[in-house]
Design a protein around this ligand. Structure first.
Ligand code: G1P
Length: 306
């Protein structure tokens, strides 16, 4: 099973991040010194994917611009002896091939994926939602799914166990059969159920490897019922058409950078894993109430040395 392409749906308006997203695409939010989207592309490349189909919308030109730095910037960095500053980006540009497809109307995640139909053909392909960062340097998220797809000869969705209070924010899978401690055959899927109606506590996380049969299901579902086409509903339809779909408990730390709180957690969590940032952030967090802290505290008296 050859899997070389991945779809990155990046057409959303980022309503959970307004007003920032009024002018800047949420995929360009910085997580430490890189935009969120760059982590997604790097995970794809580390998973032996080299063709990225990015679904965009109006005002998202910055996404393509990021992977095409200007000659002026490159010349300036060279002149200043800082040409290594773009080393990671240049590596991506050498290895990755990008295609940008416009989604003209905001008709949901399923509709965004359907935009890639003509570029995929008959093979299995990846989908990476840029809100979900998955950190596992030894075993990249999408590579884990590709391995399971080959082993089980089917489509695979990444899942993680979530507490009941979070169930209504995710697509939730129903289990037909447990194959191994981390692989399950899926019976059905429900998008954002009430916790009391949820078939399990396994929530869909933004990584998928799907059969190209998903496109027929997406077309058949249409957007008539709700005005939006959900990817989850089309996966359910594909299962009814006898396509084997597996849920795989993905290994790694997952951050949801689609909300301000998740984004702050991502920055703190990822900085604590990075030797260049960790000592500074650790002492900042340990010393929030300390005498050296810059946080205002009316109870604190600082002895001024004259
Ligand atoms: C989307 C999917 C949902 C999935 C989630 C993961 O929802 O529709 O099934 O659980 O991504 O992040 P969204 O968060 O875009 O509303």
């Amino acid at each position: 099973m050859e899997i070389l392409k991945t779809v990155i749906p990046a057409a959303g308006i980022g309503s959970r991040f307004l007003p920032y997203t009024a002018t800047v695409p949420k995929e360009m939010l910085p997580v430490l010194h890189k935009p969120a989207l760059q982590y997604i592309v790097e995970e794809g490349l580390q998973s032996a994917i080299n063709q990225f189909i990015v679904i965009t919308s109006r005002n998202k030109e910055q996404l393509a611009d990021h992977f095409s730095p200007s000659n002026e910037l490159q010349a300036l960095l060279e002149e200043r002896g800082k040409k290594d500053a773009l080393a990671d980006l240049k590596k991506i540009i050498r290895q990755a091939h990008f295609t940008y497809v416009r989604q003209h109307e905001p008709l949901g995640l399923g509709h965004a994926v359907l935009m890639a139909r003509n570029l995929i053909g008959k093979e299995h392909f990846g989908i990476m939602l840029p809100d979900d960062l998955i950190v596992n340097p030894a075993n990249p998220g999408l590579a884990q799914l590709i391995r399971v797809a080959r082993q089980e000869k089917g489509s695979v969705i990444a899942v993680q166990e979530v507490p009941a209070s979070c169930i209504s924010s995710y697509g939730i899978v129903g289990i037909k059969k447990q194959i191994s401690p981390s692989i399950f055959q899926v019976s059905h899927v429900v998008e954002k159920p009430d916790p009391k109606d949820a078939p399990s506590n396994l929530a869909i996380i933004g990584r998928y490897v799907l059969s190209s049969k998903i496109f027929a299901s997406l077309e058949e579902m249409g957007t008539y019922a709700t005005g939006e086409l959900q990817l989850t509903d089309a996966i359910g339809h594909m299962i009814q058409q006898n396509e084997k779909v597996f849920a795989y408990k993905i290994q790694g730390i997952r951050y949801d950078v689609g909300t301000p709180i998740g984004w702050v957690k991502a920055i703190i969590g990822m900085s604590l894993q990075d030797p260049a940032y960790a000592p500074h952030i650790k002492s900042f967090l340990a010393d929030l109430d300390g005498a050296e802290s810059f946080l205002y505290n009316s109870q604190k008296s600082i002895e001024h040395v004259r």
